[in-house]
Design a protein around this ligand. Sequence first.
Ligand code: ZN
Length: 365
Amino acid sequence: MRFQIDAHDPHSLARAGRLYTAHGVLRTPVFIASATHATIKGLAPEEVAHAGIQIVAVNGYHLWLRPGIELIQKAGGVHKFMRWKRPILSDSGGFQVFSLARSRTITRKGVRFQSHIDGSPRFMTPDVSIEAQSALGTDIAMIFDECVAYPSPREYVEESVEVTLDWARRSKAAHSNPHQHLFGIIQGGTFEDLRRRSAEETVKIEFPGYALGGLSVGEPRDDMLRVIQATLPYLPEDRPRYVMGVGTPTDILACVRLGIDVFDCVLPNKNARHGSLFTSHGMVKIKNARFKEDERPLDRHCDCEACTKYTRAYLRHLWMAEEPFGSRLLTLHNLRHYAAFMERVREGIAAGTLSRMHVAEGRAD
Ligand SMILES: [Zn+2]
C-alpha cells in the first residue's frame, strides 16, 4: 500500500497525507461514512460523493447475513452492486458479532452465534470473514477481531488480546486479494500495557495499516484519548492509523492531533435521523419550537442542499410531519458538515494553522 505523508503540523502530531487504493486516492485525515447495509439511508451514491465523502464503510457481518456475499459477488462486487465508484472499507463484523448476535460462544476457532435476523445458527471465523470481504471486493478489509465490551475485567481483556492476535495471523494467512489492503486491529481495552502488547505483536504480523478497535464503546473520553496516546508510539509512522467508531468533530480533532489518519462513525447519519444537526455554531435540534418561523438557513456557513435551498422553518416542518425528505436533507447536511470539517482539518495541517482550529460545542442559539 502506498501511503504518503505530505505535511506535519508543527504544533502537534497531526499529519496530512494520501492513501492510495484500487478505487482512488484518499486525502487524510479522512472520515469514512457508514453505509452499513451498502447504502447511506435515504441518499443516492452521487449525493454522498457530492457532499465530499471520499470513502464509505459497509459491514461484512450484515451483508453476509443479508443479502448474502455470493449474491453481491455475482453482481460484480459491492462497488457495482451499490453503484459507489469511490473507495469502500469493509468491517470484518467482529464488532457486530459481539454487539448484535444472540447466544454466542467464542472459541479460538471463531464465534458460534444465532443470526439477529432469523435466529439461524452461524459460525464466523477469520477465514470466513476474510473470504467474504475479499468477495465483496472492498478496497480496505479489516481482520476479524474480538471487540471487548467496556468495562471488562483485566483477565478477560488479556485473554481476548491473545485471541485477536491469533485471529490476526489467520486473517493475514487467509487474505489473498491483491487489490485489497488488509488492516490489523489493536485491542486491549483501556489497559495501556495490553494495548502495547497488542500493538507490538500485531505490527510483527505486518499489515499495510493499523486500527485501534474497542474504543468509543462507553469508556470515559479521557480514557479513550489516553489509550490512543499511549498506543500510537508502538505503531509505525509510515502506515495509516485508524481509530474505529470515533466520533464527534471534537473527538476527531483531538485524535488528529495525536496522529490518527482515519475515522469512521455512524454519528452524522444517526443524529440526522434523530433531528440532531452538527453546525458551525453548535448542535441544533430541529424540532425545537424556536425554529417554527425561522426563515434563516440551518447553517449559513454550510454549502449543502439543505442549507442553501431551505429554511429552518421548512426543515422543522418536514421533521414534525415525519416526511422522508426531511430526514434525507438532514442526513445530507450532517455528512457535508463532516466532510467540510475534514477538509478544514487537512488545510489546517498543511498551512500549520491546526492549533487555531476549534469546534463549536454545545447547543447553538
Ligand atoms: Zn448544510
